[in-house]
Ligand binder design. Sequence first.
Ligand code: FMN
Length: 156
Amino acid sequence: MKTIIVCASVSHGNTRRVADSMAQVLGAKVVSPEQADLAELADADLVGFGSGVFYSRLHSHLTDFVKALPAGRGRAFVFATSGLPDIPFAPFTRPLVQLLESKGFEVDGSFSCRAFDTWTPFKLVGGINKQRPNDGDLAAARAFAERLRDGRGPAS
Ligand SMILES: Cc1cc2nc3c(=O)[nH]c(=O)nc-3n(C[C@H](O)[C@H](O)[C@H](O)COP(=O)(O)O)c2cc1C
């Protein structure tokens, strides 16, 4: 199964660590939105899209990249890291899931975990979630990827 993960990880590399864990399981190539090759994406069986959360949204490098994608078909998944807990009734990943679906992707699931955050209010105390993503977060990311790899229903 050919898998590409498009990851914008600009703050601490938190989301990249999650992407790399998923990539190990999926045998995926991880690229930034700037490095992504549209022909390669169109040829992939599964495409992942992930970033940190900034002012309650996924990073604009990632969302602008998806907005510019031509309509297509294929399986996708979305993932995020954030300083604050995700919101169950309005997950950080939802707008990108909806955008991908509007482009014709079948979104198989989404994943998020908390991560080191030095956003201004937290900078004063040296940041929060200093050890995250931790081993448990990365194990959860791998388990999510295993469900995608094995086709064991929607992963979320
Ligand atoms: C300027 C800025 C704004 C942020 N805004 C939010 C936010 O609104 N909600 C949240 O949960 N985390 C927020 N964060 C924390 C990041 O989402 C978190 O550190 C994330 O793991 C960064 O991912 P990266 O290292 O892969 O870029 C913010 C961080 C920065 C630096």
